[in-house]
Design a protein around this ligand. Structure first.
Ligand SMILES: Cc1cc2nc3c(=O)[nH]c(=O)nc-3n(C[C@H](O)[C@H](O)[C@H](O)COP(=O)(O)O)c2cc1C
Length: 263
């Protein structure tokens, strides 16, 4: 884990309209290295594709809602024969999003509006592997595009639920645990639906999904994986080391503090 990722949590926002200028070679080499080296779970990985995102982006109607202009993109790939593929893909993908942010590059998780076959043809996919999401990578246009501004209104992008609403029984933990769930609260999610809920209980924090009915074609466990990474960055920065145990639906995973976090 990179120590700059927690700083990136505070400044990251989705951008959908990009300058065609390619990021300097060493920045892309760096992203490629993190794609290769950050593989905390065998069922998910990320890959950088040095090809314009316009070749694989789609719009809601024509080009409306489309991400455009970025000279390259990240692909987030999962092994679909694993029950925990969604949360692992969210966790792994968000690390690359935060790495790109810390390198001064803009991103946007894209789950719906892309052509999976066109992305797959650029990658060597293994058995059972699928491209779950992509993200454009590059320098954003100086002024947010109409699509960016529309998403801000429709998805309420800038808004996040208060912590009390995310914690079971409204019980907000104190100290380092509070900082950790606060970092999770700032996570991006599809349509800004923020489906993650938390139960803090002494030495563990359990992440589970809300009971929202609409999946918007994307698993809420994917969003929860993103929040798990944010949570862990906040926890570790507060000296609360721990490990994830994966759980069955509607639970997602439990962060178990290591014994040293109590000494
Ligand atoms: C899994 C996932 C899928 C997303 N899919 C799309 C998408 O298809 N198109 C899009 O424009 N934004 C997409 N978003 C971006 C969200 O709309 C955005 O993260 C949310 O509104 C919060 O705004 P912020 O990222 O600026 O904080 C996606 C985000 C996530 C996490």
């Amino acid at each position: 884990m990179n120590s700059s990722w927690l700083d990136a949590v505070a400044v990251r926002v989705s951008r959908r309209s990009f300058e065609p200028e390619a990021p300097r070679g060493e920045l892309l080499d760096r992203l490629e290295r993190v794609c290769r080296d950050f593989r905390p779970f065998p069922e998910a990985r990320a890959a950088l594709v040095r090809d314009p995102v316009d070749k694989v982006a789609a719009g809601i109607i024509g080009s409306y809602g489309r991400v455009s202009g970025a000279p390259c993109y990240l692909a987030f790939i999962g092994r679909m024969d694993s029950a925990r593929v969604q949360e692992c893909a969210g966790y792994t993908g968000e690390a690359l999003i935060l790495e790109a942010t810390s390198l001064g590059l803009a991103t946007c998780w894209v789950g719906g509006l892309f052509k999976p076959a066109a992305v797959s043809s650029r990658l060597g996919l293994g058995e059972n592997e699928k491209v779950i999401c992509i993200s454009p990578v590059g320098y954003p246009k100086a002024k947010p595009s109409l699509t960016d501004r529309t998403f801000k209104v429709i998805a309420g992008s800038a808004r996040r639920k208060p912590l009390e609403e995310l914690m079971e029984g409204g019980r907000v933990p104190e100290g380092g645990m509070k900082a950790a769930v606060e970092a999770a609260r700032l996570s991006p999610s599809a349509n800004n639906r923020q489906p993650w809920r938390f139960r803090a209980d002494g030495r563990t924090v359990t992440v589970f999904t809300d009971n929202g009915k609409r999946e918007w074609k994307l698993s809420r466990r994917l969003d929860c994986g993103i929040a798990m990474l944010h949570f862990e960055l906040g926890a570790r920065a507060a000296g609360l080391a721990g490990e994830w145990e994966f759980l069955e639906a509607p639970k997602v995973a439990r962060y178990v503090l290591s014994a040293t976090s109590f000494s």
